[in-house]
Design a protein around this ligand. Structure first.
Ligand code: HEC
Ligand code: HEC
Length: 208
C-alpha cells in the first residue's frame, strides 16, 4: 500500500514538473539576510517570544463616566471613539445594551451624553429588484448606469438593527504610548465637525 502511494506521488510530481529539463528553474543561491529578523520592522524583540514584547497589554482610558472628556473626530463624520470607561458594558448582548440607556436621544441630554444621531435611525440598505423584462430596478427605478446609484435613506421609527452593536464602530481607546506617533491631521469642513456629525445632510454630497 505504502509503495503504491509513493509511486503515484512520484508520478504526480513528474507530471507537474513536466519531463523535460527545459522547465527546470535555474538554481539560485540563497541570499544571505542583510538584517536579522529582530532589526527589521517596528518590533525590536525576537519573533519567537512574546515575553519581552511591550506593551504587554492594551490599557483603555479609564476616564470616569461624565468627566466630559471627548476625542476629536478622526475626520468628518467618523464615528466618535469612546472616551469613558466601559467596564461592565462590553460585550453588548441582546439583553444588555447599556449604551442605549444613556445615548438614546430622549435621555442623552440629561445624561450629558451625545445623542445617537438620526443616521442610526435609518436604513441605507437598498432594495434592488429585477422586473419582468430582466431590468435591474433600484428602489423601483430603472438604472441607466451604476453612477445613478444614490444612497437612499429609509427613515425608521427605531434604532436600525445594524447599529445595535455600538462597539463594532465606536471603540474605547488605548492610552499607552503608540510605537509610531500618528501625525495625521484632519481637514474638517468646519470646526463643528470636530465634535459633531452631519452625515444625513451630506450623504449624497458628491452626487447631487
Ligand atoms: C451612564 C451613561 C453612559 C453609558 C452607559 C454609556 N455612555 Fe457613552 N457617554 C456618556 C457621557 C456622559 C459621555 C460624554 C463624555 C463624558 O462625560 O464621559 C459619553 C460619551 C460617549 C462617546 C463620545 C461622543 C462624542 O461626541 O465624542 C461615545 C462614542 C460613547 N459615549 C459611546 C458609548 C458606548 C458605545 C457605550 C456602550 C458601550 C456607552 N457610550 C455607554 C454616557 C454614557
Ligand atoms: C456601523 C457602524 C456604527 C454602529 C454600529 C454605531 N455607530 Fe454611532 N456612529 C457611526 C458613525 C460613522 C458616526 C458618525 C456619522 C453619523 O453621525 O452617522 C456615528 C456617530 C455617533 C454619535 C455622534 C453623534 C453626533 O451628533 O456627533 C454617537 C453619540 C453615536 N454614534 C452613538 C452610537 C451608539 C450608542 C451606538 C449603538 C447603539 C452606535 N452609535 C452604533 C457608526 C456607527
Amino acid at each position: 500500500m505504502k509503495k503504491i502511494v509513493l509511486i503515484s506521488a512520484l508520478a504526480a510530481v513528474l507530471m507537474m514538473s513536466g519531463c523535460s529539463d527545459k522547465s527546470k528553474p535555474a538554481q539560485v543561491e540563497a541570499a544571505k539576510p542583510l538584517q536579522t529578523e529582530e532589526a527589521i520592522g517596528l518590533r525590536k524583540t525576537t519573533l519567537y517570544s512574546e515575553q519581552t514584547t511591550l506593551p504587554s497589554k492594551t490599557e483603555y482610558a479609564t476616564n470616569t463616566l461624565g468627566s466630559g472628556v471627548k476625542y476629536e473626530r478622526a475626520f468628518d463624520n467618523a464615528p466618535p471613539m469612546i472616551p469613558h470607561d466601559t467596564e461592565g458594558m462590553l460585550p453588548i448582548t441582546r439583553e444588555d445594551n447599556q449604551c442605549i440607556a444613556c445615548h438614546s436621544p430622549e435621555v442623552a441630554e440629561s445624561m450629558g451624553a451625545t445623542p445617537i444621531p438620526t443616521s442610526h435611525f435609518a436604513s441605507f440598505r437598498p432594495k434592488p429588484e429585477i422586473d419582468k423584462e430582466g431590468n435591474l430596478l433600484y428602489e423601483g427605478q430603472k438604472l441607466k448606469t451604476t453612477s445613478d446609484i444614490k444612497v437612499i435613506v429609509h427613515k425608521l421609527d427605531e434604532l436600525h438593527k445594524g447599529r445595535f452593536n455600538c462597539s463594532q464602530c465606536h471603540a474605547p481607546q488605548n492610552v499607552g504610548d503608540p510605537l509610531v506617533e500618528n501625525n495625521f491631521r484632519p481637514d474638517y469642513q468646519n470646526d463643528t465637525m470636530k465634535n459633531r456629525s452631519n452625515l444625513l445632510d451630506t450623504l449624497n454630497a458628491g452626487i447631487n
